[in-house]
Design a protein around this ligand. Structure first.
Ligand SMILES: [Fe+2]
Length: 298
């Protein structure tokens, strides 16, 4: 039985609403006290993932924060095998889409999502297209390299310390975002750490009971401390957030033609028109530059 959201979360509602999907925002939680997050329960979950390769990711530690994400050695163990290696070598284990594997995790996800969506002021007519939760189990002194994710995130520290370095999405060049979204895939976005303004960096020194909200496209890199770390996160996309992503892919072509396209989010009707064009054009690709120019003319 999952406790109520009031028992699980301590959060400043005004601050959260003001920061939502714009700035990283810290809050408190008590998820780490739930039986489902205790080491034995997590070990049992890891075993259940052994024959679900599409739902887990196992990787070594990056040598430095600026290492390219997929240059790090990965997919060398199954999750339960990797957990056995945690004390002897730096390894990171990600169990994805927990809600599809366990009813308690499904209930937890919906309890948290409903409460935080209410705090933000409701969905305001937006439709949820993707809502997923994950657990990250990492050995001591392991590094997740610099990247951004195409989804809105809430991140909860469950066990051990973790230093989470995150930038506001406004630290990223629009052209870099457009280059990522034009690919039309759900993946991580690669960026150059040296090109992000250090003044926009937020550092969360996470420990059990601490959490934060990470806006979509907020670049980050992460380092664990002297003992193993367990974190839980849930991410989501709505039709409106997906539309802004698709508008960025249209902007990629407009920028290639020498135009200075408007940033998504400022004019929803322009975002809608661009996204609609890309929905048709992305599978075809052929002649896309010419068509986008003719239809949008800006
Ligand atoms: Fe990430």
């Amino acid at each position: 039985m999952i406790p109520s959201a009031d028992e699980l979360l301590t959060i400043d509602p005004v601050g959260y609403r003001g920061a939502f999907d714009t700035l990283p925002f810290g809050f408190q939680h008590s998820l780490h006290k739930l039986p489902m997050f205790q080491p034995e329960a997590l070990a049992r979950m890891a075993e259940r993932y052994a024959d679900k390769p599409q739902d887990f990711f196992v990787a070594a530690s990056a040598s430095a924060p600026g290492t390219k994400f997929y240059d790090v050695k990965h997919s060398m163990f199954k999750p339960h095998e990797a957990l056995g290696q945690l004390d002897s070598s730096p390894v990171r284990v990600l169990l994805k889409r927990l809600e599809n594997h366990d009813t308690e995790f499904r209930d937890l996800l919906h309890t948290l999502f409903d409460a935080l969506a209410d705090l933000r002021g409701g969905l305001r007519g937006e439709k949820v297209l993707r809502l997923e939760s994950s657990v990250f189990i990492s050995s001591a002194a392991s590094t997740t390299p610099f990247h951004f994710d195409p989804e809105i995130n809430h991140f909860f520290q469950i066990e051990g310390p973790k230093n989470y370095h995150v930038f506001a999405p406004s630290a990223v060049d629009e052209a870099d975002l457009e280059r990522f979204y034009v690919k039309g895939v759900v993946d991580i976005g690669q960026l150059d750490l040296a090109r992000c303004d250090p003044k926009q960096e937020h550092v969360f020194n996470l420990e059990p009971g601490r959490a934060f909200h990470q806006p979509q496209n907020a670049p980050h890199w992460v380092q664990t401390g002297t003992v193993r770390s367990v974190s839980y996160a849930f991410v989501f996309e709505t039709d409106a957030s997906r539309e802004r992503s698709n508008a960025r892919s249209a902007n990629h072509y407009l920028r290639m033609m020498g135009m200075k396209p408007q940033q998504p989010g400022l004019h929803p009707s322009a975002d809608h028109a661009k996204a609609a064009v890309m929905q048709v054009m992305t599978p075809m690709r052929v002649g896309v530059r010419k068509t986008v120019k003719q239809v949008l003319g800006r």
